[in-house]
Design a protein around this ligand. Structure first.
Ligand code: SAH
Length: 393
């Protein structure tokens, strides 16, 4: 875990779409400057709680995104694919992105070029007509397995077999293709109905010496190199002891808890809202030979209320909520169940500061804060925070 990996590389990543796209908010800075900028921001928001460790950056901060999503549009009789312009619904044509997996980008461009020969176009959100809305590509960092999800406006997929065979012969590395049907007026990418067109409908990957199965809609961290750093830090901060009862809240496919259970024999409980992620978590625990593990599909706040009502007392709670942070149900019941150690993994320093303020007023103190740069060139920063129960309430 090197903390000083960065050579000066000049400013940003030199992307010609920088201004149009808006995804890389910090591209006007060198990577070293980006890290300092993030460090200052963490200190400003979190320095009131404890010393903030030096941010851990990447050695090669490019092409780290192993999940790539492209929106499709008909523009002037042509199909374009790319990303939504920052804060708009306009699609910017992107063939290559400095942050994205290069093979994923090639697959997306190939699909776009394949469409006209099948007389297929992009879906039109206003008329509800047309075929392709999005393409999502996920690539297992260590397994190399590739999942392609074609998000279509309806189940209709003319000349499906020919289309697939062209795609698969161009990219034999693709291990599964899924059609996700999304006919709703929504900004969500994936639809509710999934049809497996090739392979088994998921990919597997290895992180922290554990194997994980990932379905199309399950959350999986998008920067595998830094995810290992993040998880190792979180597990280290948990100071696990054999036999500890551990709650992994907002657990996704169970990755943090399972990696922790692999490191130490613990009693693991996971809670997560997304049903298919929970199914993956159950499968993943078995895949890694973890026996003392249970996963629940529920709102983490309601689940925590139930735990508090049952007088349950976990020894350690990992919590890794989305950007909005946790909620009062969760935080109040957390305080009531009074675990000795809490490890808060956060992707938003503002909501983290808000939640830490509550916990610090209610019997916890912050012992360590470690920022990890999960999203170079963007203004996002991830932090792992260690909290311990103090005796005074
Ligand atoms: N710890 C996991 C997932 C973190 S992302 C990992 O590292 O991969 C946050 C997760 O919280 C997502 O999987 C999301 O589906 C889940 N989530 C969002 N709101 C939730 C809620 N109210 N209760 C439980 N889980 C929730």
């Amino acid at each position: 875990m090197s903390k000083k990996p960065i050579k000066k590389e000049g400013r940003g990543n030199g992307c010609p779409l920088y201004k149009k796209c808006g995804g890389c908010q910090l591209q006007n800075m060198s990577y070293e400057e980006q890290l300092s900028f993030k460090q200052v921001r963490c200190i400003r928001e979190l320095g009131q709680f404890c010393h903030v460790e030096e941010i851990i950056g990447m050695e090669k901060p490019l092409h780290y995104r192993n999940k790539v999503q492209a929106a499709f549009r008909n523009v002037g009789g042509k199909v374009i694919s790319g990303v939504y312009q920052s804060a708009s619904h306009k699609v910017v044509l992107v063939d290559k992105c400095f942050l994205e997996d290069e093979q994923a980008d090639e697959i997306i461009v190939y699909i776009r070029k394949l469409l006209p020969s099948f007389r297929l176009g992009a879906y039109n959100e206003d008329t509800g007509r047309g075929f392709l809305r999005h393409v999502l590509v996920r690539r297992g960092f260590s397994s190399g397995q590739i999942m392609v999800v074609l998000v279509t406006g309806s189940e209709l997929f003319p000349k499906k077999k020919d289309f697939l065979s062209r795609l698969l012969s161009a990219f034999p590395q693709i291990t599964t293709v899924v059609q996700s049907v999304n006919n709703a007026r929504t900004s969500l990418v994936l639809g509710k109905k999934e049809i497996v067109l090739f392979g088994n409908g998921y990919i597997e990957d290895t992180l922290c010496s554990c194997r994980f199965r990932i379905s199309p809609s399950s959350f999986y961290q998008i920067n595998p190199v830094q995810t290992e750093v993040l998880y190792k830090t979180a597990i280290d901060f948990a100071c696990l002891r054999k036999g500890d009862s551990v709650l992994d809240a907002y657990c996704g496919t169970g990755t943090i808890g399972i990696a922790a259970a692999k490191a130490k024999e613990i009693q693991l409980t996971g809670v997560e809202l997304n049903e298919s992620a929970v199914r993956d978590a159950v499968f993943n625990a078995r895949l890694n030979g973890i026996k003392n593990a249970e996963f629940f599909c529920a709102d983490a706040g309601s689940f925590m209320l139930d735990l508090a009502a049952q007088n349950a007392k976990p020894d350690v709670v990992f919590m890794d909520p989305p950007r909005a942070g946790s909620d009062m149900n969760f935080l109040r019941s957390l305080v009531e169940t009074a675990p000795e150690r809490v490890v808060y993994v956060s992707c938003n320093v503002e909501t983290l500061a808000r939640d830490l303020r509550f916990l610090c007023k209610n019997g916890y103190s912050v012992k360590k804060i470690q920022p990890v740069d999960m999203f170079p060139h963007t203004n996002h920063v991830e932090c792992v925070t260690m909290l311990k129960k103090t005796n005074v309430l």
